[in-house]
Design a protein around this ligand. Structure first.
Ligand SMILES: *Cc1c(COP(=O)(O)O)cnc(C)c1O
Ligand code: SF4
Length: 339
């Protein structure tokens, strides 16, 4: 039998893959034939790396995929200005119900599950008080969405919403479809990239049967993250009728280079995905080694704009507490030139 490009994976292939994921820096380094004295053998934020993602790495410590997931001792160092909650997300009354955050008009964000299929070292949610937000218990959040007709889009985030199993995921989509004013469901997920096996028939059926339009915002930071497995997964999601976009984070030593960004845009398009946002990193404790300053980001962005068609140019944005939307970072004045 010839498999077409959008053939789903076996129902439980993704669970098997997750069970086999690397959970100790030593294991991953050995798999790559490397040693690293700076790797942290017992990180506070645990390591989690699916083998399928590790397969795409080159055997060198500077590999951009490895850099994103290998715990480093430097994460434990304090850096001035880097704090646990730079966006003040849980002090500002944005929490409309447990697991529901609304900062912007018309769009509410539901924390579908606290878990991810990969733990990214730069993650801005590494300190999020998930326990207080009880993701997974969505009744109050659903009641709130139902009571507010201005919410036309529900963003499923987390954690990674596609880590919900088939049945809870389909129940959640059904509940949202029961709310007439929800016109769009947006899924923010790194799973199509790091765990392509998640694209099984049950999930795809749920997605293709949704009354509300479904948008999938993937999260790839580097062109080397895209391979024939991501191509197959993305083709499955497209065949299920989803709109595909990508958001990336600008990360020092990973993708803070215009050539890499330009290649990423082309590689995404080849797999049916349009670049959406390029985020400047937030000043989150434990992630200072990834930080790229505004001025450097603007230089990279100007070079991207000079080389890419408009539809492949992501919006360079920064998240600012209290703003009504993400702030276009190419328009922010650089106050004091940094060296
Ligand atoms: C980023 C974000 C959104 C989505 O913003 P868009 O500009 O529509 O992509 C919605 N809610 C919250 C809380 C966010 O942080
Ligand atoms: S997948 Fe997203 S939420 Fe999960 S660790 Fe990575 S960046 Fe954070």
């Amino acid at each position: 039998m010839i498999l077409s490009i959008d053939t789903p994976w076996q129902p439980n292939a993704w669970n098997d893959e997750l069970q086999k994921a690397f959970r100790h820096p030593e294991e991953l380094l050995t798999f790559l034939g490397l040693t690293d004295a700076n790797a942290d053998p017992a990180p506070q934020f645990p390591m989690l790396v699916p083998r399928n993602f590790a397969k795409r790495m080159q055997p060198t410590l500077s590999d951009p995929l490895l850099q994103q997931v290998l715990p480093q001792r430097t994460e434990q160092e304090d850096a001035p200005g880097f704090v646990k909650d730079p966006l003040n997300e849980h002090a500002n009354g944005f929490n409309k119900a447990p697991a529901l955050i609304q900062k912007y008009h018309g769009r509410a964000l539901l924390l579908a599950t606290p878990a991810c299929a990969v733990n990214c070292r730069y993650c801005f949610r590494r300190h999020f008080p998930y326990a207080e937000n009880r993701p997974g218990q969505h009744n109050q959040a659903l009641l709130h969405i139902k009571s507010d007709p201005s919410i036309s889009e529900v963003i499923l985030s987390g954690g990674d919403p596609l880590l919900l199993s088939d049945r809870p995921f389909s129940n959640l989509i059904d509940s949202l479809n029961d709310i007439a004013h929800v016109a769009r469901i947006r899924i923010h997920s790194r799973i199509p990239i790091v765990l392509p096996e998640r694209a099984n028939a049950a999930l795809l059926e749920t997605l293709s049967n949704s009354r509300a339009r479904v948008i999938l915002v993937t999260h790839a930071n580097h062109p080397a993250e895209l391979d024939t497995d991501t191509e197959r997964a993305l083709a499955c999601y497209r065949a299920a009728g989803l709109w595909l976009f990508n958001q990336a984070v600008l990360l020092r030593g990973v993708n803070d280079n215009h050539q890499v960004q330009i290649e990423l845009a082309h590689a995404l398009f080849e797999q049916g995905v349009l670049p959406y946002y390029l985020h400047l990193p937030d000043r989150v404790a434990g992630t200072h080694h990834f930080f790229v300053n505004l001025e450097a980001a603007q230089v990279i962005y100007r070079q991207m704009r000079a080389a890419l068609p408009g539809y492949l140019l992501p919006k360079l944005v920064r998240e600012e507490p209290g703003a009504q939307a993400k702030t276009p970072a190419n328009e922010i004045a650089v106050e004091s030139p940094t060296i």
